[in-house]
Every structure is written in structure tokens, then in C-alpha cells.
Write a protein that binds this ligand. Structure first.
Ligand code: GLU
Ligand code: ZN
Length: 294
């Protein structure tokens, strides 16, 4: 069986323990399948990007022993691949331009669910328009390897944006195209992206792309129950002492590492983790607190 997995961080802040969980789980699942594991930096949103962060990602992953296959890729260098796909979606009337400002949407639409105003009344100008997918009524269901069966009605979240009014491609479009072009067969990532999966599957179906297998791991929460993230001030990972951090990540992923591994080398620890990786041990929960288990 061919297996190609990936880790796809966005440089909106330094990597923290939550990012390491996604990196490690996707790495171990790929290696346990004797598959490839790619690293793709999703630097699509320059206004939200933090300086110097994306240069640190590869160095940090190397310090944890998480070596990727092939060339490191940057979405900012792949924009010309996205343009023809956007055109294809527009020409097939799967997508339409929208000139509504956030303020207009806030005042008109309940819970920001877009009311398809611009589908009924196409904007006159074509600069400063967003492009939205006409997802009206589409039902998407899939079985997540960890979280089990999920079903979504895309009308409940509304027509999503694939190209932004400020001139940038959206995460949804770029991630779908790149996962396809890079031949990704398995996507292992945090459960904060579970709800985004239905939109990505919808795009795959519109474009005739195969749907990869999905596994959404629980996200780590702090003592207040908030997801570890830049917004909740999750501390940046250090490069100096990877073993206890990797050990804690394996515990969080329900892999039950034996305590002796704390005294092994980093590569011995990773070898154990690959040989003993069992994704079925991960409990199907969306989030759980990060305790000091060790
Ligand atoms: N770049 C996205 C993020 O950091 C994740 C993309 C993905 O794994 O699908 O949140
Ligand atoms: Zn509109």
C-alpha cells in the first residue's frame, strides 16, 4: 500500500506542545506504515505571519528527530498552482464572487452563515471580491479513523470562502489542492480541524480528487479547558531537551510508553514509538487536559 502523510503547520506563531502532537502522530503513523512523511509550511496569510517562525519549523522538528522526506515545501511558492483551480471552480459555477464586507455580513446573516446574497445579485466589479463555494444543501459524511463517523450539512455553515477579498487564497482551497498534488493518502492532525474536513471533502468531490483517510487526534487543553494555542499563550517548544517532551506526547496519545524510555536516547525512543504505534489506542475525544502525567 502507498502511504504519504504530512505535517502542515502555519507560521502564525512558534510551534508549541499541541503542534508537536500533530507532528509526532502524523510522523509515527507514516513511519509505522513504512510511508513517506512530508513537511509543508502553510504560509498563505502574510498579514498573520510571525517573522522568523517558518525558518525555525524545520530546525525544531530536526531537534525532535522528526525528519521529513523530500523537499520542504512552502505554499507561498505554489500560488500559481491554485489560480487555475479557482478558475475551474468559477467556470463550472461551483463558485461565485462575493463583494460583501464583513460588516454587511454581520448585519445581515445569523451566526455569520452567508445568505448567498451575491449568488442572487452578482457584484458588478470584479476587484476586491471574495470567491465562495456554492455548497447549498450538500451533505458530507466520512468515517474518521479516531473520531468515528461524522456527517455534515454544509448549509449549516454557509458558502465558504476559497479566495479572500484581501487577495489571498484560503486555507481550504490550498490545503485541498496541495494534499491532492502531493499525493497525500493519510491526514493525521488535530481535532480542531475536524469540522473543516467536510469542506475539504466537498472541494475534492467538485474537483474529482480522491478523498484521503483522516485521523483527528484530541487537542491538548490547559487547566482552564482551552486548547493550547498561540492565543492561550502556550509556551513555544524548546530544542534542548526533546526526550521528556516526546515521552509526554506519547502518553497523551495513549501509547503507554514504558518509563525506561525516559533514559533512552531520542532515536531509541522514536524507534520504540514507531514499532509500537497503535492508532486504535487513541481515545475518541476531541480535547483533553494536558496533565503532568510523568
Ligand atoms: N496549516 C493548518 C494549521 O496549522 C493545518 C493544516 C492541516 O493539517 O490540514 O492549522
Ligand atoms: Zn456577497
Amino acid at each position: 500500500m502507498t502511504y504519504i502523510g504530512r505535517f502542515a503547520p502555519s507560521p502564525t506563531g512558534p510551534l508549541h506542545f499541541g503542534s508537536l502532537l500533530a507532528a509526532l502522530a502524523s510522523f509515527l503513523d507514516a513511519r509505522a506504515h513504512e510511508g513517506e512523511w512530508l513537511l509543508r509550511i502553510e504560509d498563505l496569510d502574510p498579514p498573520r505571519e510571525q517573522p522568523d517562525v517558518k525558518e525555525q519549523f524545520p530546525l525544531l522538528l530536526e531537534s525532535y528527530g522528526l525528519y521529513w522526506d523530500g523537499e520542504l515545501s512552502f505554499q507561498s511558492e505554489r500560488l500559481e498552482l491554485y489560480a487555475p483551480v479557482l478558475q475551474e471552480l468559477l467556470e463550472a459555477h461551483h463558485a461565485y464572487p462575493c463583494s460583501c464586507s464583513r460588516k454587511e455580513i454581520l448585519s445581515r446573516c445569523d451566526n455569520l452563515v452567508y445568505d448567498q446574497h451575491c449568488l442572487m445579485h452578482p457584484p458588478a466589479q470584479d476587484d476586491n471580491v471574495a470567491i465562495r463555494i456554492n455548497s447549498n444543501g450538500t451533505l458530507i459524511s466520512f468515517r474518521d479513523i479516531i473520531q468515528g463517523p461524522h456527517a455534515y450539512n454544509l448549509s449549516s455553515t454557509g458558502d465558504f470562502v476559497v479566495f479572500r477579498r484581501d487577495g489571498f487564497y484560503s486555507y481550504q482551497l490550498a490545503v485541498t489542492i496541495d494534499d491532492y498534488l502531493q499525493g497525500i493518502t493519510h491526514i493525521v492532525r488535530g481535532s480542531d480541524l475536524l469540522d473543516e474536513t467536510a469542506k475539504q471533502i466537498h472541494l475534492q468531490q467538485l474537483l474529482g480528487y480522491p478523498t484521503p483517510a483522516y485521523a483527528h487526534i484530541p487537542v491538548a487543553a490547559n487547566a482552564e479547558g482551552q486548547k493550547l494555542s498561540k492565543q492561550t499563550f502556550a509556551p513555544a517548544l524548546e530544542t534542548t531537551d526533546p526526550i521528556p517532551v516526546l515521552f509526554k506526547a506519547l502518553q497523551f496519545l495513549d501509547q503507554e510508553p514504558p518509563r525506561e524510555l525516559l533514559y533512552a536516547s531520542r532515536d531509541e525512543l522514536l524507534e520504540w514509538a514507531i514499532a509500537n504505534w497503535d492508532i486504535r489506542k487513541i481515545k475518541p475525544t476531541l480535547s483533553k487536559p494536558l496533565l503532568n502525567e510523568s
